[in-house]
Design a binder for this molecule. Structure first.
Ligand SMILES: Cc1cc2nc3c(=O)[nH]c(=O)nc-3n(C[C@H](O)[C@H](O)[C@H](O)COP(=O)(O)OP(=O)(O)OC[C@H]3O[C@@H](n4cnc5c(N)ncnc54)[C@H](O)[C@@H]3O)c2cc1C
Length: 557
């Protein structure tokens, strides 16, 4: 296969010369560099490359219109808008760049290189190339799964790798790629096969074996801790970073892997410090690494099943290991998606047969040229539709409300409306559907219509609201009618609160147990607020320990 192309267009001869020199010096071993001075010539060449079946990874140009047209020929190419140094506030302004991103003409901007070597330019190029490699599943860290079908065990293994925030790709055993992998490493082993980048091969592994091979610890590695955090989503990971960095012996347990709901988000655009956005998977990986180097312990694939106070310690029951205990516990268990409760659709969802709860970060590449439906009217559904539109032939967003603005941020509404292959069906619900082994059709009912309409559908992504993961908690932890945990003053007002002092800000009605992130009553449902609460809770844990020390001194005879 020929090298993927990095393509640059600039009418300024001097600038084009700098760009060509920088690109050729660094990338010409792995990529073919094509640099042209004229936009019409570039458009022709892009069409010619598409006809010749060549892969274009990245296109750089100063013209937004040219970049906007690239996807017509190369749907997966990333597009960087070249701007001049110190041109902020002139054309293009931040507003223009944002609008071009919203209309999906460009992916981001970068500054034309100046003196060689221009490391800022290369940082931008490497970021684009890494994003492209991840999306195309060609990054060197990609784990490959080979299975007999997209559904069943192969689907479950893909879900486990997704929860470990590991980039992975799937191929069928009877595809050319599958046959070559089986011939190379299969050696008569049972399918599905999981092939790691370091050459390790697992044949039909259990979830725990796969998690361990992916570098995720499963055993808590001890029984007594200062702090146990339940949930490794953004709130739990943040608490882990602060807890471990401030000297607390900290254990994080999660029923899956890292990242929680954030791993479902293909691009988080509103988290501070990431102007071009960051995928939830990447954010989770970085946060996990940060907590780990500070010394936090992790136990994945462990469900917390019980919470019980004995004296000044709290014990937490685990699904596969003996209880662990701590002086304080932070609940960061987030939420889980509501079910659609249409029997045929639920049974397809269980097998991963074209019906998926949550965002499409893992499944999106498999949706190439398909007719895909997303149900939901919130930001998560908007993001999912946009991400799927990069691959699918047509995406239909099914929304119960009568307008998109009712539940979605304005910038996402703009992007959805500007996407030529996204249809929006308002006032509409999914009331039925099915298929033989894989989703084939859906029944949609529009408010006011007599009967449902049957439409052909290759896949359905459900993002229809959430339910907190709190069923396992004891009655001492007060919850609202929806199951969300009360904290602070609300917890103190409850008859369950047993102490003279008031609860601390994020403390629940069970002293020493804190709740943070989406699981909390009144949560903001944002990554940033979950992360903020994780850090605040650790500060409150220190305050709690100080109160306990003080009362121990006061009660001394
Ligand atoms: C598709 C999508 C896109 C989104 N986009 C954005 C965005 O662009 N910007 C933004 O700010 N927010 C976004 N959000 C919201 C954001 O992801 C959440 O607000 C955030 O993840 C909440 O973090 P959390 O740690 O509280 O909970 P979660 O992320 O839900 O994590 C909870 C963790 O607890 C674990 N757990 C649950 N119960 C147990 C148990 N009993 N034992 C052990 N472990 C348990 C779960 O396995 C999970 O890993 C998006 C959400 C989705 C779904």
């Amino acid at each position: 296969m020929s090298r993927p192309v990095i393509f640059a267009v600039d009418e300024d001869a001097k600038s084009l010369h700098h760009i060509e020199r920088e690109l050729s010096d660094r990338y010409s071993r792995s990529y073919r560099i094509v640099c042209l001075a004229s936009a019409p010539e570039a458009t022709e060449e892009l069409a010619r490359l598409a006809d010749a079946g060549e892969q274009v990874a990245l296109v750089l140009a100063g013209e937004r219109e040219l970049l906007g047209a690239v996807r017509g020929h190369h749907p997966h190419a990333l597009r960087g808008l070249l701007i001049d140094y110190a041109n902020w506030g002139h054309d293009p302004t931040g507003e223009v760049i944002f609008a071009a991103m919203a209309r999906r003409q460009i992916d981001y901007y970068l500054i034309r290189p100046m003196r060689a070597p221009d490391e800022m330019f290369h940082q931008a190029i490497s970021t684009f190339l890494l994003e492209w490699a991840h999306a195309q599943r060609v990054s060197s860290h990609t784990v490959h799964i080979v299975g007999e079908a997209w559904t069943g065990r192969a689907y479950e293994l893909r879900k486990v790798l997704g929860r470990c925030a590991l980039p992975h790709a799937f191929c069928l055993a009877d595809s050319p790629e599958g046959r070559s992998l089986v011939a190379e490493v299969g050696d008569g082993k049972p399918l599905p096969l999981v092939v790691f980048p370091n050459g390790e091969v697992l044949a039909d592994p259990s979830n725990a074996e796969l998690t361990m091979a992916a570098g995720g610890p499963v055993s808590p590695g001890g029984r007594d801790f200062d702090l146990v955090i339940v949930g490794a989503g953004p709130a739990g990971l943040s608490a882990a970073v602060y807890g471990a960095s401030e000297g607390l012996r900290t254990l994080v347990i999660d029923g899956g892997g890292i990242g929680g709901q954030a791993t479902l988000s293909s691009l988080i655009r509103n988290y501070l410090g990431f102007p071009r956005g960051i995928s939830g998977r990447r954010l989770a990986e970085e946060a996990y690494e940060q907590a780990w180097v500070f010394g936090a312990h992790f136990a994945f694939m462990q469900q917390a099943t019980r919470l019980e106070r004995s004296g000044d310690r709290v014990s937490v029951g685990l699904s596969d290991f003996p209880d662990v205990s701590a002086r304080a516990v932070i609940l960061a268990t987030g939420v889980e998606y509501r079910r659609l409760e249409v029997d045929h659709i639920e049974s397809l969802a269980l097998k991963g047969a074209g019906v998926f709860y949550g965002g499409p970060s893992t499944e999106a590449p498999a949706m190439a040229d398909r007719d895909v439906f997303v149900v939901g009217g919130a930001n998560s559904a908007g993001q999912a539709a946009l991400h799927l539109a990069e691959y699918a032939a047509r995406v239909t967003l099914v929304v119960r409300a009568s307008s998109l603005d009712a539940g979605m941020s304005h910038y996402l509404v703009q992007q959805v409306e500007a996407s030529p292959n996204i249809d929006v069906r308002l006032n509409t619900e999914v009331v039925g559907g099915g298929g033989d082994g894989w989703l084939e059709q859906l029944e949609l009912r529009r408010r006011g219509d007599a009967g449902p309409e049957t439409v052909r559908a290759d896949a359905l992504f459900l993002m229809i609201g959430a339910r907190p993961n709190t069923d396992w908690l004891p009655s001492e932890v007060l919850r609202d009618d929806g199951g969300y945990v009360h904290t602070g003053l609300e917890a103190g007002d409850a008859p369950e609160w047993p102490l003279q002092r008031s609860p601390l800000l994020l403390e629940t009605s069970m002293p020493g147990i804190f709740a943070v992130g989406d699981v909390r009553h009144g949560a903001m449902n944002r990554v940033a607020s979950a992360v903020g609460e994780g850090s605040i809770a650790v500060r409150l844990v220190h305050d709690l320990f100080a109160i306990d020390r003080l009362s121990a001194v006061e009660s001394r005879p």
